[in-house]
Ligand binder design. Structure first.
Ligand SMILES: C[S@@+](CC[C@H](N)C(=O)[O-])C[C@H]1O[C@@H](n2cnc3c(N)ncnc32)[C@H](O)[C@@H]1O
Length: 281
């Protein structure tokens, strides 16, 4: 599923055509995804005793819910929230928050800048993903933590519902062809991508949101499919009629299933000798 650079350098970037920020429901889609993911992500991050003076970096912060949560936790430190497109971040106001236009593929930070580096639902969409954990780890201070979370649609493949199986396959192949994303094997391989990063204390966590016709996870999924529908059709994964029928299926009263897992992996940059460490796997 992961494409090599020669196959992908002609592909558009996230937001150019696919998941365009001009999609009318893009804020609602990103906010819903944040609402579904934030409880599990923040529960992980809260376990690690982030100091109020910590300096954090969130890559691809979207609408900024996680960055704001971090800013509340680190009022005496800082949170740098980056994205290639700042339209949903530029209005956020928090004394500890700094918003920065930055492309994680091509732009860097000085070594040893941060106590925590976070990226959620970003690397899966970047064809250069395999090289990024080690690059991001180089921005950590000794004792600092890297935390990467991404979706995998492997639960859809085993769904008893043929519409969910077909949609999961259509989303996975369309995103791979149109963007160079990997929403199947990449996150399912966690935490192996951290093996060459030089980090220690490596761990992982998995969470499969329940989708219904009326809950936030179901709404986020339906908005994502609706956003992708023209691309799904263009890539030949479903016809328009099949796509519309699938969306109607998701909106039926009583619909309930799971289609994707959110998988997180983390590791800690080895601390300097004589530094007290407060981490567990
Ligand atoms: C699916 S959204 C996830 C938003 C947020 N991290 C969350 O989980 O709620 C992916 C975000 O990554 C940003 N992004 C895509 N490519 C990027 C890149 N090369 N560098 C930095 N951010 C990028 C997008 O603009 C978008 O805001």
């Amino acid at each position: 599923m992961a494409n090599g650079p020669s196959e992908t350098h002609e592909l558009p970037s996230y937001g150019d055509e696919v998941f365009s920020f001009t999609y009318p429901a893009q804020t609602e889609r990103l906010d819903s995804l944040g609402d579904v993911c934030d409880p599990a992500t923040t529960a992980d991050l809260a376990r690690w005793d982030l100091s109020p003076g910590a300096h954090c970096l969130e890559i691809g912060a979207g609408t900024g819910s996680l960055a704001l949560w971090l800013a509340d936790r680190c009022p005496d430190g800082s949170v740098t929230a980056t994205d290639t497109d700042l339209r949903f971040l530029s209005g956020l106001d928090h004394p500890a928050l700094r918003v920065l236009q930055h492309d994680v593929r091509t732009q860097s930070f000085p070594p040893e800048s941060f106590d925590l580096v976070v990226a959620r639902s970003v690397l899966c969409h970047l064809p250069e993903r395999a090289a990024l954990p080690a690059r991001m780890a180089s921005w950590l201070k000794p004792g600092g933590r890297l935390y990467i979370e991404d979706p995998s649609f492997f639960p859809a493949a085993s769904s008893p519902d043929p519409v969910v199986r077909r949609l999961g396959e259509a989303v996975t192949t369309t995103l791979a062809r149109a963007l160079g994303s990997d929403v199947a094997a990449w996150a399912r391989s966690f935490p192996a991508p951290l093996n060459a990063s030089g980090l220690v204390g490596i761990g992982m966590r998995i969470h499969c949101p329940t989708l219904t016709a009326t809950n936030t996870a179901g709404r986020a999924w339906a908005l994502s499919i609706a956003d992708l529908l023209p691309t799904i059709e263009r890539e030949g994964a479903l016809t328009r009629d099949e796509g519309v029928a699938a969306l109607e299926h998701l909106a039926r009263p009583g619909f309930i299933d799971t289609a994707h897992a959110m998988i997180a992996m983390w590791g800690v940059r080895p601390p300097n000798p004589h530094t007290e460490v407060r981490h567990t796997g």
